[in-house]
Ligand binder design. Structure first.
Ligand code: PAF
Length: 279
């Protein structure tokens, strides 16, 4: 596995491969890898010849400096996981490499940018799309793999790709859960044992909504879900919604297509998100 720190070295390695018609996939990450990331590498390996995983804790997508500072960075462990997963190239640039000078970035991501996570993390998706565009420019991938757990992120990245008409296919991969249902996330390591127990209500509620989707109307499902989430001590609900999977606007018609239930809550000191596709 090659470990590369500069864009120039990355291009030198990848450009000849691209010219030789090798299919290149990127799995962008911020490190602190878990089985969810490994599943993205596995999916990428199935569809591409060369899999590049980037590890870069991107400062422009953090709205809270403390959150950026405490973001876990277990680099040696990450490299070992990528080696074991059969990743061929790891790109680990410095902040200076990705942001050599002051720069402006703003693109129109549509109304969905400001909903849900966008409401709680102002400017977050500008930062995400900014770094993903830079990574795509550096790698020139045919395919890029992201986890469905960050449902809104996948939508925003697709929008950015469409805006710049980039020749890259965005692949969204299923959420990987622990045996008890908790969606895997790099942030889970901040959960105390008690938080971890409390956090299970997120996936339990989503599962309840999916299982009872035919039985109850959407307003009733929302009421029951909110009750469930608010019944657990230590869980501070930011939102629970049943929305259109394209616009992220709340949907009250059960027969509408592409419905998704999305939840965000603070559990102890850790903010978690999760979602489930309903139809
Ligand atoms: O999902 C993440 O880990 C990050 O938001 C991403 C896509 C790597 C951009 O920094």
């Amino acid at each position: 596995m090659e470990i590369i720190n500069t864009i120039a070295a990355l291009k030198m390695l990848l450009e000849p491969l691209k010219q030789a018609q090798q299919k290149i996939a990127i799995v962008p990450t911020m490190g602190a890898l878990h089985k969810g990331h490994v599943s993205l590498i596995a999916a990428a390996k199935q569809q591409a010849d060369i899999v590049v995983c980037s590890i870069f804790v991107n400062p422009t997508q953090f709205t809270d400096v403390k959150d950026l500072e405490k973001y876990p960075r277990p680099l040696e462990h990450d490299i070992q996981m990528l080696e074991d997963a059969g990743c061929q190239v790891v790109f680990m640039p410095s902040v200076k490499e990705m942001y050599p000078g002051a720069e402006e970035w703003h693109i129109d991501l549509g109304n969905a940018e400001f909903l849900l996570e966008g409401e709680f993390r102002k400017g977050h998706y500008q930062g995400v799309t900014q770094i993903v565009k830079k990574l795509f420019d550096a790698v020139n991938p045919d395919l890029a793999f992201f986890g469905q757990k960050d449902f809104q992120q996948v939508l925003m990245i697709k929008k950015m790709v469409a805006t710049f008409n980039l020749p890259v296919q965005i692949v969204s991969c299923p959420i990987i859960r622990d045996a008890d249902g908790l969606a895997m996330s790099s942030r889970n390591i901040h959960l105390t044992p008690a938080d971890r127990q409390h956090a299970l209500i997120l996936s339990k509620t989503l599962q309840f909504v999916k299982e009872h989707f035919q039985q109850y109307s959407i307003p009733v499902l929302l009421e029951k879900a909110t009750e469930m989430l608010q019944s657990v001590n230590g869980v501070e609900l930011d939102y629970f919604t049943i929305a259109n999977g394209e616009t992220l606007l709340p949907e009250s018609n059960k027969n509408a297509e592409n419905l998704v239930a999305l939840v965000a809550a603070k559990v102890g000191e850790t903010r978690l998100i999760d979602n489930i596709l309903l139809n």
